[in-house]
Design a binder for this molecule. Structure first.
Ligand code: NIG
Ligand code: FE
Length: 414
């Protein structure tokens, strides 16, 4: 049995005997063991404790890691990304610097449609290779589990092409991957004047194949003024639910679009973005078991107000943090930056941000039975930091590469 023993860990972070979704104030409760040891057997966490109680001998230890001065955390669980895309959109980035808004760029046929045009031209292999590089990049930055959406295809063939790429990534990558069908990301040019026609195509042509080939775990809709209304969102999600896809939707990004309310009504796993929230949306979310997934790097990149994390936490919501890695609103999947930005700009405590990016992120992908905390029996997806003085140093020194090594399923990947 392949065994790795870590000793002298300054702080072993997020140690739990059982893991529950963390609502409201409970998010600040981050159990840790100081001066700890940790044992990994094969791909699993096999034991941990204080160095004062280090078992005298372990047989079969393949590797001994002296983690003096370093922290060990569960790897990041990034529950919202769009990492399958073709090319990049830095010319729109410059347009934004010159003053155009995200909505204005979209209205001119840029934005999601720009990426859709590029994606339709790209072969499955090209898409796979580009996404594979992004997966390698984020895993080196500490991400061990990731949700990936379609939504840049917008035709039957191209949406299926994206989902097949995600399936192949899932088969080949050591990371845990969940797939989300986001056919309802925007209306393709062919259906500009016929929204009903596109929704019918999603429901009658895309979903049956996705269901049959088991190409997705979740269904997503961009519920937003000028995109899909709450009624359309409900219709599409209900159709997806017939095929066993649970809703995880884009809500309340640019407007008070009613996305949170419809998500909660549908029993969505999560409603994501939440830059634009009022009291009604906050209390609806707080009185539900739907997770609110905050994407601060998207707010940052689009120069918008950040998500009201404090209000959401104080109201009792279950909050997760994710990167939204995509070419238009967050061309970064760096979860270390997401955690730091949440502390700096949204006043989340470091403990809250780490819980939201690990355990609650795992819940937002229904992977918490296996990931998101240091729990005996869970998968050994671990971050080993450089020597740092404390936990708060991670978001504080936001620009320093503090992740030294990353272990996925018991194997070092960097
Ligand atoms: O989550 N807002 C909708 N979708 C993405 C951005 C898509 C794009 O601009 O390419 C988001 O921010
Ligand atoms: Fe998104």
């Amino acid at each position: 049995m392949a065994t790795t023993l870590f000793t002298n860990i300054r702080l072993l972070v997020n140690t739990r005997s059982e893991s529950n979704l963390l609502y409201g104030k409970a998010l600040a409760d981050l159990p840790c063991v100081e001066n700890a040891w940790l044992l990994v057997e094969d791909d699993r966490i096999a034991g941990y404790g204080s160095m004062d109680n280090l078992p005298a001998s372990y047989s079969g230890v393949r590797e001994l890691v002296d983690a003096k001065g370093c922290l060990v955390l569960p790897a990041w669980c990034d529950s919202h990304t769009h990492i399958v895309f073709a090319g990049s959109r830095e010319s729109e980035f410059v347009d934004k610097i010159r003053g155009l808004s995200y909505a204005e760029i979209a209205a001119r046929g840029g934005g999601i449609l720009n990426s859709a045009g590029k994606l339709r031209e790209a072969s499955e292999d090209e898409l796979f290779n580009q996404a594979w590089k992004r997966l390698e990049e984020i895993s080196k930055q500490g991400t061990g589990a990731v949700e990936i959406k379609s939504g840049y295809g917008l035709t039957v063939d191209s949406e299926l092409k994206m989902l097949r790429v995600i399936k192949k990534l899932r088969e080949k990558s050591p990371l845990s991957i969940k797939a989300t069908f986001l056919g309802a990301h925007t209306y393709p040019p062919e259906f500009k004047e016929n929204h009903q026609g596109y929704i019918d195509q999603i429901i009658n042509e895309m979903l049956p194949v996705i269901g049959k080939e088991k190409l997705a775990d979740y269904i997503d809709v961009f519920c937003e003024t000028g995109f899909f209304s709450p009624e359309e969102t409900a219709r599409i999600c209900r159709a997806g639910m017939e095929y066993g896809l649970k809703p995880k939707i884009h809500a309340n990004q640019l407007n008070l679009s009613g996305g949170t309310q419809v998500g909660v009504e549908l029993g969505a796993i999560s409603v994501d973005h939440l830059e634009t929230m009022d009291e009604a949306a906050i209390s609806t979310l707080a009185n539900s078991s739907t997770i609110g997934t905050l994407l601060p790097t998207a707010a940052f990149f689009l120069r918008m107000g950040f998500q009201p994390a404090r209000k959401l936490i104080d109201a009792g919501c279950a909050i997760a943090l994710a990167s939204d890695f995509n070419p238009g609103s967050s061309p970064s999947g760096n979860m270390n930056l997401v955690v730091a930005m949440s502390c700096i700009q949204m006043r989340m405590l470091p403990e809250e941000a780490i819980n939201a990016a690990t355990l609650n992120g795992a819940f937002a992908m229904e992977l918490a039975q296996d990931l998101g905390s240091i729990t005996i029996g869970k998968k050994a997806n671990l971050l080993l930091t450089r020597a740092v003085p404390s936990l708060a140093y991670l978001p504080y020194a936001f620009g320093s590469p503090l992740i030294d090594r990353v272990m996925i399923g018991g194997n070092w990947i960097s």
